[in-house]
Design a protein around this ligand. Structure first.
Ligand SMILES: Nc1ncnc2c1ncn2[C@@H]1O[C@H](COP(=O)(O)OP(=O)(O)OP(=O)(O)O)[C@@H](O)[C@H]1O
Length: 567
């Protein structure tokens, strides 16, 4: 793509040393950073690269798309685009031994949460101990460990600077304390190019993300600053950005624009209205001439995203019009789904071991699911469930009848037998149905349905298929499923946004779609977090991020009596 460079952009490209480029959504921050990288390309020595650090795989995907538009294949090969996580993991793996003299091992999130829930005491202290004494790093310690490496080891800093003479830091306003330590340590030896939009600061509920991050940069580092301001190249007629800015600043009246449509629903018509809004958004985009439009359906919480995924997977009727099922992807936190999938895997194993043994394993995995849930988001309900399933497993182990209904239902289901035919997809569904048929396990069923969303289904199907071919049963598949899901979650590379994709608003950060459907729930997942004080500034920043992901059209779906977007 041919992009004309204005004087300001030419000045950015010509400027030496550290840079800070500010700009609103779609102002072209990523784009100018890649032009700058292109300029540096000519001076790179063999083996040198430009490092582009970002937060999420979603954002990385977006940067890679931009790279394709701007850079030649040879240039692209010299730009390494990585999440902080991946970068830090690589650093710890390669150099972490310098910290405590031991090779580094990693504690994966699922295992960490289980360890955490079993640990009595302060887990944050314990995991730091594990890192320091055993070289065992949980994901949350990757950045801290890497920062320490860079701060303590000048030779390593020089080595990194020699490999990366320029480091681009995306979404700088959201850099947490440890990521900032990394940037700061490297800024002594290499050029740092920070991209930021203070108004896209949506993680400031976290203690380690300092709202003063930009000022701290200015105070500590000699940095040349440029502001692309409110330029907007994403949705060129500016209606969406103006609307989003009015929501951000709580400025009435909302500007009228054909690019933002608001739809209200009565609670009993939620499913049909949300479904119709997505279909309508696709159809308007096509009428606008967008071929193969990408549409993101966004809400505040994963719980509502899960409901919306189910809604779009079923036919509905709206104003007497039938609404077809919409194929979609979901960007998802996969840990609970993986835990629920292990329960299904254990059900596949039922025919291969004695009744008690099989049931105990299934009940313990259900208990593990609730422990994980409780470790993630402690609630009395989750803790009670974990305890009850554990008790039920204990009873069955002793040959006694369990007390809770769900466990009794599982005993009956086991006695009735499960028909497995060696056809992995059908067998997986049959095992899943066992959960669906027990009302108390509906939550696990919902979670496990989402396994398809992290695209492990192909790997699972072939793994299960091979197991059946080898043994004529699914003996031992729990371990296999665990391994596959762990792997898939780590290597999952998100694809280009195409078609319909569902995610929470935080996850949409840095992404771009032709259309966005923003959905507010009637009883959960409100746009405005009631724990904030009016005018709900953090919620407004988040809404602006969601709104400005759209290039051409936003549809907002809200309950009839919702709080006005501006007042
Ligand atoms: N100078 C320019 N002229 C024309 N189009 C541009 C220019 N800069 C960027 N664009 C286009 O505008 C869109 C947004 O650009 P980009 O992703 O670089 O913005 P951004 O500031 O990084 O956005 P965000 O902060 O929302 O992630 C892209 O489609 C890009 O190709």
């Amino acid at each position: 793509m041919k992009i004309e460079l204005c004087e300001k952009r030419k000045a950015i490209i010509a400027q030496q040393g550290h840079l800070l480029v500010l700009g609103g959504p779609g102002s072209g921050k990523t784009t100018i950073a890649l032009f700058k990288a292109q300029k540096r390309f000519a001076d790179l020595k063999p083996g040198q690269e430009i490092l582009f650090l970002s937060f999420s795989r979603a954002a990385i995907r977006q940067v890679l798309l931009r790279c394709k538009e701007i850079l030649t294949p040879a240039e692209r090969r010299t730009v390494t685009v990585q999440t902080y996580h991946a970068f830090c993991m690589e650093m710890l793996e390669a150099h972490g031994r310098l910290l405590g003299g031991k090779p580094i091992r990693f504690l994966y999130p699922g295992d960490e949460r289980l360890q955490k829930s079993a640990f009595e005491g302060d887990w944050s202290v314990e995991r730091r101990r594990q890192a320091a004494e055993m070289g065992l790093y949980s994901f949350d310690l990757f950045a801290a460990g890497t920062a320490e490496l860079f701060e303590r080891c000048g030779a390593l800093r020089d080595l990194i600077a020699d490999r990366f003479p320029m480091i681009i830091v995306d979404e700088f306003q959201d850099t947490d304390d440890n990521q900032w330590r990394i940037v700061q340590a490297l800024s002594g030896v290499t050029d740092v190019f920070c991209l930021a939009d203070p108004e896209q600061r949506i993680f400031d509920y976290r203690d380690d993300i300092d709202p003063r991050r930009l000022e701290i940069l200015r105070e500590t580092t000699k940095v040349s600053e440029f502001d692309l301001g409110g330029e907007n190249h994403r949705s060129p007629n500016a209606g969406i950005l103006k609307f989003a800015d009015a929501v951000l600043r709580n400025q009435a009246p909302l500007p009228a624009t054909p690019d933002v449509k608001q739809v209200a629903y009565w609670p009993n018509a939620f499913a049909a209205t949300a479904h119709a809004a997505v279909i309508w958004t696709f159809s308007v985009l096509r009428k606008k001439g967008v071929t193969n439009p990408s549409v993101a359906v966004l809400s505040r919480s994963n719980a509502l995203i899960s409901d919306l995924s189910t809604i779009l997977s079923e036919p509905h009727t709206y104003n007497n019009q039938p609404l077809p099922v919409i194929e979609h992807d979901v960007v998802w936190d996969a840990e609970l789904s993986a835990a629920a999938a292990l329960v299904v895997a254990s059900i596949l194993e039922w025919p291969t071991s004695p009744a008690n043994e099989s049931l105990v394993r299934t009940l313990r995995l259900i208990c593990a699911y609730y422990k994980l849930k409780n470790a993630e988001d402690p609630t009395k309900a989750a803790a009670d469930h974990a305890r009850k399933y554990d008790e039920a497993a204990g009873k069955v182990e002793k040959g006694e009848a369990p007390r809770i209904n769900a466990a009794k239902a599982l005993v009956t289901a086991h006695a009735n037998g499960i028909d497995l035919i060696g056809e992995p997809v059908a067998d997986w569904k049959a095992a899943r149905t066992v959960l669906q048929d027990v009302p108390a396990l509906a939550e696990l069923f919902r979670e496990v349905r989402l396994v398809r969303l992290f695209r492990a289904t192909d790997a699972l199907a072939s793994g299960l298929g091979e197991q059946w071919l080898a043994l004529g049963s699914y003996a031992g598949v729990s371990d296999l499923v665990k391994r596959i899901l762990e792997q898939e979650r780590l290597i999952a590379v998100e694809r280009d946004p195409q078609g319909c994709v569902l995610m929470n608003m935080h996850k949409s950060k840095g992404k771009e779609f032709d259309g966005v459907v923003l959905v507010e729930g009637a009883f959960k997942s409100g746009f405005f977090n009631e724990r904030e004080k009016p005018p709900f500034e953090p919620s407004r920043r988040l809404l602006r991020v969601g709104l400005t992901r759209a290039r051409a059209l936003v549809t907002i779906v809200r309950p009839q009596n919702a709080r006005p977007l501006v007042d």
